[in-house]
Design a protein around this ligand. Structure first.
Ligand SMILES: [Zn+2]
Length: 72
């Protein structure tokens, strides 16, 4: 076998392996980012101190205004 062909074959294998590594890292990074988003979505759930309902932090929940006068 021609040595040049062997080198070209090794280069082709190296490029293919390198590309596969990049694709795999991107896939793992995307999965980890999605997992972090899921965890954060769970952690951002807070219990309303007035009615005890669990709701996403920052959501428009207006029971505080309704019950604030009764509880204080
Ligand atoms: Zn509430």
């Amino acid at each position: 076998m021609n040595p040049v062909k062997i080198i070209l074959l090794l280069v082709a294998i190296g490029v293919a392996w390198y590309g596969w590594q990049i694709w795999r890292k991107k896939k793992i990074a995307a999965e980890q980012a999605q997992a972090r988003r899921d965890v954060r979505a769970i952690q951002d759930m807070v219990a309303c101190p007035h009615c005890g309902v669990y709701l996403p932090a920052g959501s428009n929940h207006d029971c505080q205004e309704k019950t604030g006068q009764n509880t204080r």
